[in-house]
Design a binder for this molecule. Structure first.
Ligand code: C2E
Ligand code: CA
Ligand code: CA
Ligand code: CA
Length: 277
């Protein structure tokens, strides 16, 4: 690859060439993965912490690679964001989530589905219209969707992000701030953005029954969310003790391995039947 030096001279950088070759092949693989049907929609149930009722699910994508097997999102989402492939992937996730949501409602399980958005999605001016089209095609009310965004995704270009989010919110979809508490300026965004939900990051939840500091942060976040009129959700509930503690603190909803790991979308009905029994 040709690289410009500070003095303006152009040098050849073999190391960069290798890594860009690798990136190129990963990008090709990601593009092929759509056609080859290698992505899978997994969902994790969202549960009312006072009653145990299932009220929603979060869509989490999986990549079943022909040679490498299960590739987890942390290994390819950041790359998909850098290259812009995430827009294609987000549309795929939205489409599959809408299909599943429609099917569940028809079978008597009207669950709200949460989809993760990334920085690039928030800068995509066509996203609200494309999303509206998906909802209409599946005859779904906008309120059957919740879109999860992280603070870092908003920070990248706050003005454009806010514009996209306001358009989405005006359509009637729910917005959630994901990984709350891990960013830099949560509070400013909370005040300005049309959000409905706060998701407490799992790093504060996982071990909270043994950590007074975590418990204090979680308690304050729940109170803050409620004072702002928001629904508060905790992720990373791995034990009954943590569920009980969160319920005592007044947290509205929760997700975690204690209730269910993310499971293939087509296994959710069987899981729901067992959960209710
Ligand atoms: P996230 O949105 O914060 O999702 C929560 C992550 O926590 C998921 O990891 C989930 O499997 C995991 N988790 C849930 N309950 C527990 C628990 O009790 N204990 C522990 N230790 N972990 C739990 P996953 O599925 O590997 O996803 C990782 C991240 O990748 C997500 O974090 C999200 O940022 C991103 N991601 C996943 N799917 C998508 C997608 O479709 N689009 C976008 N843009 N990002 C996605
Ligand atoms: Ca999320
Ligand atoms: Ca999260
Ligand atoms: Ca996360």
């Amino acid at each position: 690859a040709a690289k410009q030096r500070n003095d303006g001279a152009v040098v050849y950088d073999a190391a960069m060439d290798k890594s860009s070759e690798k990136s190129l092949s990963l990008l090709t693989e990601l593009r092929n993965a759509i056609e080859r049907n290698e992505f899978r929609l997994h969902v994790q149930p969202k549960i009312m912490l006072d009653t145990g009722k299932v009220v929603g699910m979060e869509s989490l994508v999986r990549w079943v690679h022909p040679e490498r097997g299960n590739v987890f999102p942390d290994e390819f989402i950041p790359f998909a964001e850098q290259t812009g492939f995430i827009r294609v992937l987000t549309r795929w996730v939205m489409e599959k989530s809408a299909e599943l949501c429609h099917e569940l409602a028809a079978k008597g399980y009207p669950l709200k589905v949460s989809v993760n958005l990334s920085t690039r999605d928030l800068l995509d001016q066509d996203l609200p219209a494309k999303f509206a089209e998906t909802l209409a095609r599946h005859k779904l009310a906008p309120s059957s969707f919740c879109l999860e965004i992280t603070e870092s995704a908003i920070m990248d270009d706050p003005v454009r992000a806010q514009n996209t989010l306001e358009r989405l919110s005006a359509m009637g979809v729910d917005l959630s701030i994901d990984d709350f508490g891990t960013g830099y300026s949560s509070l400013a965004y909370l005040k300005r953005l049309p959000v409905n939900e706060l998701k407490i990051d799992k790093s504060f939840v996982l071990n909270m029954e043994n950590d007074v500091g975590d418990t204090k942060i979680v308690r304050s976040t729940i109170d803050l969310g409620h004072n702002m009129g928001l629904r508060v959700v905790a992720e990373g509930i791995e034990s009954e003790a943590v569920w009980r503690l969160l319920a005592e603190l007044g947290c509205d909803q929760g997700q975690g391995y204690f209730m269910s790991r993310p499971i293939p979308g087509d296994q959710l009905i069987a899981w729901l039947e067992k959960w209710q029994a």
